[in-house]
Design a protein around this ligand. Structure first.
Ligand code: GP9
Ligand code: MN
Length: 714
């Protein structure tokens, strides 16, 4: 040790600075490789991951370069280094327990996290963790014993500025690459994994701090008085239930099936293959759509914006809109108060509540917001066997997803409220490369459009298999099953390629057509009911919650919901889009142009009377959106006292060790247990689940293929 020669370079300020920067970069990369699971998919993403610690490390450390006094400069440098290390290390340990990164809100409530961890906190530390701090200790020691000498010469301000500027430039380059690889990274903020993967932990934390500050400001300005305006609006907008429908599903389980990216035009749609043979895309969903036990809607619209799936979830479970910019789930999910479906059903009817989704729990901040929605259980990717063969970038594919969900579902106490979020039918609708390949591709100039039908067909089969299981296990008869499409699958920018496939012409395609394409499926299947049918009411996702609650026999008057029961005689025949566009049975007002639904043509010179009518509708649409934004931005529901609901305390919720808890509960309840498992004499029903690949369902298709290829070979 004594003879250890310190290279001269390290005895300069710049040298010491560089050493710290390199060391931190190494630590950071090591953590990326060994601790976090960031789902890197391409060489480009590896490259971005590799460079992303550099910019912020340089920028932060460069602060010390501006300090002229020797000791103070070294202390500042070491202090910054220490803080960055602590931040990295805290994220490492937090991730070990929560598979997530630390937000500012988590830091502010750190006491609660520690409390929740209790004894297990110590287990989060590994002996090798010394690696994160050893260099700090050694360097500190070397400075104090003068092994490394402090350089008395201050760094020139110009040089310090050059380093900071370089850091900013590297950051811009990093950001550019990130946005190219994942557009909307900062505006849509999908998940914390993404931000870390693309920009690093320091940048993620800074970004989160800014967002947290912004939302805290608006929230601080809101007051209980603002609630009055909201209550008045809701009272005036309320649509009383239809007596014939109220309570027809009382006490039943609720099973929401989220049909990812499924548009209404897929219903009853048949895709022609290259030989002109027609293939029904969603035969099973169609059979449900036309079933006498199903209340189907064919003028039902999605209302999402940048928050896509998560906006649909907000709309369906809270009867409020998402935001006009960014994702509500990520911006407010960790702090707002809700009157959400799971909580209402739990508190008023004793429902058990659970979500199933085969993607990481922090995507769209679900692991936070679900607690505030009152979800008892959230089975995220960590509960599923997800591997390279059965998954893609958004998680587990639908067939194994539904199949593997059965082992958990059978242990839920009934009645339960549950949501299954499928995902395989997601952009970019990549062709299956395994035995699930086989459904024909469409033949348009757009690959994305071409693949859409095959993934939708896969989703259809997955749902069919799940229904079969529900029937076999006995759950079916006790349940209301709601199928809904969350948003478009083919974006407006691609609709021209789709035009010919939906009986239109690409060259005359316009915004009127775009607007019509925003219809999504919505069906409420109630086994035992016989007077279902296709309802033509114009409605939208915001209407789902009051509709469902009324079917379950729950009065909604005391809740703050902006939608209306679709069965109510008072339901307004109208759907409002998030951007202020709207749709009625007569008119389409989309992107600022008014169209007549019958002629499908723009109305350029409306009569005075019509104009007044449209103005009135526009006012109504804007009012609904404005009230929603007031509630969400100001977190106004924390002031609402009339709901009769006890406030939700998110720290009462945990999504760890769910299975152990369910089994324990079954045991405690004994013969009072209402889970399917218990009702089946404590025998699992999982074996009743049957799943097969496309090739297994269509052995004839494969034969055809081999015959054609052999005949071609000849
Ligand atoms: C991800 C999935 C997809 O978990 O729900 O979300 P989307 O991209 O459709 O919003
Ligand atoms: Mn979606």
């Amino acid at each position: 040790m004594k003879n250890l020669k310190i290279p001269n370079f390290l005895n300069t300020r710049m040298g010491f600075f560089s050493l710290l920067a390199v060391l931190f970069w190494i630590k950071n990369i090591a953590a990326y490789m060994t601790e976090f699971n960031l789902g890197i998919e391409s060489p480009m993403q590896y490259f971005i991951l590799f460079i992303n610690p550099i910019a912020t490390t340089l920028l932060l450390l460069s602060i010390a370069l501006y300090v002229r006094r020797t000791k103070l400069s070294y202390i500042t440098m070491m202090l910054i280094y220490f803080i960055m290390t602590v931040l990295l290390f805290s994220n490492v340990t937090y991730y070990r327990e929560f598979t997530d990164f630390i937000t500012i809100n988590t830091m502010l409530g750190a006491g609660k996290v520690a409390e929740g961890l209790g004894q297990s906190a110590l287990k989060l530390f590994h002996p090798t963790d010394i690696f994160y701090f050893i260099d700090f200790l050694l360097l500190g020691g070397a400075l104090m014993t003068k092994k490394i000498k402090m350089d008395e010469r201050p760094i020139r301000a110009r040089v310090a500025l050059a380093v900071s500027t370089l850091a900013v430039m590297i950051f811009s380059g990093n950001l550019f690459l990130a946005e190219t690889d994942r557009s909307g990274l900062l505006t849509r903020t999908f998940s914390r994994d993404y931000l870390v993967k693309y920009l690093g932990i320091n940048a993620f934390t800074a970004y989160d701090a800014v967002q947290t500050y912004k939302t805290t400001q608006v929230r601080a300005e809101a007051s209980p008085n603002d609630m009055k305006e909201v209550e008045d609006y809701v009272k005036g907008h309320y649509a009383a239930p239809n007596d014939e429908m109220f309570g027809i599903a009382k006490g039943k389980n609720v099973i929401y099936i989220h049909l990812e990216s499924t548009q209404q035009f897929l219903i009853d749609y048949k895709l022609k293959d290259e030989n002109g043979v027609e293939h029904e895309v969603m035969p099973f969903v169609n059979s449900i759509y036309h079933d006498k036990s199903t209340y189907s809607f064919d003028n039902f619209f999605h209302q999402v914006k940048a928050g896509k799936t998560s906006d649909a979830e907000t709309l369906l479970e809270t009867s409020l809109f998402g935001l006009n910019q960014g994702a509500f789930f990520t911006q407010f999910g960790g702090k707002n108060t809700f009157e959400a479906a799971p909580d209402i059903l739990k508190q008023t009817q004793g429902y058990t509540t659970a979500v199933f989704h085969g993607n990481s729990g922090n995507f769209w901040n679900r692991n936070e917001i679900y607690k505030r929605f009152g979800y008892d259980y959230f089975f995220d990717a960590s509960y599923y066997d997800v591997n390279e063969d059965n998954s893609f970038q958004y998680g587990l594919h639908d067939k194994p997803f539904f199949e593997q969900s059965a082992q958990y579902l059978e242990h839920l106490q009934q009645p339960f409220y549950s949501k299954f979020i499928a995902v395989s039918n997601h952009y970019p609708y990549a062709e299956f490369t395994n035995d699930d390949a086989g459904f024909p591709m469409a033949n348009t100039p757009d690959e994305t459009v071409n693949g859409y039908f095959a993934t939708a067909n896969y989703l259809d089969k997955s749902v069919e298999e799940f229904f079969n299981y529900l029937k076999a296990s006995g759950l079916y008869d006790n349940s209301v099953i709601v199928l809904y499409g969350d948003h478009y699958g083919v974006s407006n920018g691609r609709n021209r390629s789709l035009a010919e496939l939906v009986g239109k012409t690409s060259s005359t395609w316009n915004d009127f057509d775009n607007a019509q394409m925003q219809r999504v499926p919505f069906m409420i299947h109630i086994p035992g009911q016989e007077n279902g049918g296709i309802n033509h009411t114009y409605g939208a996702q915001i209407d789902s919650l009051p509709t469902l609650l009324h079917l379950l026999g729950i009065d909604t008057q005391n809740y703050i919901q902006l939608g209306q029961d679709l069965f109510s005689n008072g339901h307004k025949d109208m759907a409002v889009f998030r951007d202020g566009s709207f749709m009625t049975s007569k008119y389409t007002f989309y992107n600022g142009t008014l169209y007549d639904n019958d002629t499908q043509l723009p109305i350029t010179e409306p009569s005075e009377e019509l104009q007044a009518q449209i103005d009135e509708l526009q006012k109504e649409a804007n009012r609904q959106l404005e009230i929603s934004d007031k509630i969400n931005n100001g977190d106004l529901l924390r002031f609402h006292t009339g709901s009769g609901l006890e406030p939700v305390d998110p720290s009462d919720y945990s999504y760890k060790n769910i299975m152990e808890r369910l089994l324990e509960q079954e045991k405690t309840l004994g013969n009072q247990s209402t889970s399917v498992f218990s009702q089946n004499n404590n025998q699992s029903t999982v074996d009743l689940y049957e799943t097969k690949s496309y090739k297994e369902y269509h052995p004839e298709a494969e034969k055809d293929e081999t015959t054609t290829s052999t005949s071609e070979a000849k």
